[in-house]
Design a protein around this ligand. Structure first.
Ligand SMILES: NC(=O)c1ccc[n+]([C@@H]2O[C@H](COP(=O)([O-])OP(=O)(O)OC[C@H]3O[C@@H](n4cnc5c(N)ncnc54)[C@H](O)[C@@H]3O)[C@@H](O)[C@H]2O)c1
Length: 344
């Protein structure tokens, strides 16, 4: 019988519930413990998920049966937990963004390499069936030479959302706002399809919330393959619309909305409008409307990587791409000029 991979969760806020549900739904994984810096929150999560609860990270990581941890803390606190977990030789699945800057992301990647543990980063929309179909069509050359790729994340978050956690929308805890927290999911897909970025021109602003990060953003991209792209993102765009990924090539175009194919127009193929089964729902207006099915597929991908000593679909290096582009947009906005994106 194949080994059941035993997981623990660090950070017991909103997304931790999706991880617990995803692990519970998977035949290959089991949740055995949770850890929070607050004793009350640890206990309440432990009771809810019926597992051991710790408010001391070292004691939690000393658990010998623990194979892997899901890091679900505030984005700007991923690194500390990851480095410690790596030192205890635990494999790591960390929530997006990998961290709030590339230096901290590199330290995590290095710690995992040095300790021989696997690092995966959650971008659950990569596991969406509609997205798979788009990617396969691009890989098979069905769209021809790529001309343009657009990511539109016109979402809405009210003030209560930002008040619900002390880190959301802060530079230290979130690293910014609508791009690095919400838009990054679709930006990751855009980069996975369009490839590396040459340079970017971006503008961001905080238009309606009392936060440090941006709630409006717009960027123009030149990809290394010669294609162009743009990103429009916000958390101030009431009521919040399903995010769109648009890909245009010399032979046709495909458009996804919240993971669903809404346009499939490829020359020589019949136009189709497919609604593949995905337990998707957009986080356009409610961050927890996403369900746990795609997280389950990501947990199972992590389990396979651990069992086979291979790589998960989204490694630390892959996750750095979207972070680097977003940081480039922030710098471009500050300096008022195009920014080259070089991370390798
Ligand atoms: N994949 C997705 O769709 C998705 C959705 C929501 C959030 N997320 C990501 O998950 C992470 C957590 O988001 P959330 O919405 O659950 O936040 P949250 O505020 O609900 O929970 C964060 C948890 O981290 C803990 N925490 C905060 N600062 C800490 C510190 N310094 N040390 C240890 N623990 C600390 C808090 O106590 C809390 O338990 C973020 O990185 C976020 O970007 C991903």
């Amino acid at each position: 019988m194949e080994q059941i991979i035993k997981f623990g969760i660090i950070g017991t806020g909103a997304i931790a519930g999706q991880h617990a549900a995803a692990i519970a739904a998977s035949d290959t994984a089991e949740l055995i413990a949770v850890c929070s810096s607050s004793e009350d929150r640890a206990k309440s999560a432990g009771n809810k998920f019926k597992v051991a609860a710790y408010d001391d990270l070292d004691k939690f990581l000393e658990t010998p049966e623990l194979d892997a941890v899901c890091i679900c803390t505030a984005s700007g606190h991923h690194m500390e937990a990851a480095i410690k977990a790596a030192q205890y030789k635990k494999h790591i699945l960390v929530e997006k963004p990998i961290e709030i800057n590339l230096e901290r992301a590199d330290k995590m990647i290095q710690a995992c390499q040095q300790n021989g543990v696997i690092l995966g980063v959650v971008f659950q929309n990569r596991f969406n069936e509609g997205y798979h179909q788009l990617k396969q069509a691009v890989q098979e050359g069905k769209l021809g030479k790529l001309l343009m790729g657009n990511a539109y994340i016109k979402w809405f978050r009210n003030e209560d959302y930002y008040k619900s956690s002390d880190w959301k929308g802060t530079l230290k805890g979130d690293g910014g706002g609508a791009l690095i927290n919400q838009g990054i999911h679709t930006i990751d897909l855009l980069l996975d399809i369009m490839g590396e970025v040459d340079d970017v021109y971006g503008q961001v602003k905080t238009a309606m919330h009392t936060i440090e990060g941006e709630d409006l953003a717009s960027a123009l991209i030149n990809f290394k393959n010669g294609a162009m792209g743009n990103i429009t993102a916000g958390t101030s765009l009431y009521p919040g619309y399903p995010e769109r990924l648009e890909v245009y090539g010399t032979h046709g175009s495909v458009i996804l909305e919240a993971g669903k194919i809404v346009a499939w127009n490829i020359q020589g193929e019949e136009n189709r409008l497919e609604n593949p089964h995905v337990e998707k729902a957009s986080g356009a207006a409610d961050p927890m409307a996403i369900g746990h099915y795609l997280h389950q597929l990501q947990i199972e991908d992590m389990v396979s990587a651990i069992r086979e000593n291979g790589e998960p679909l989204i490694t630390g290096e892959v996750a750095k791409q979207s972070l680097a582009l977003i940081k480039g947009i922030y710098r471009s906005s500050e300096e008022g000029k195009n920014m080259a994106i070089n991370i390798n």
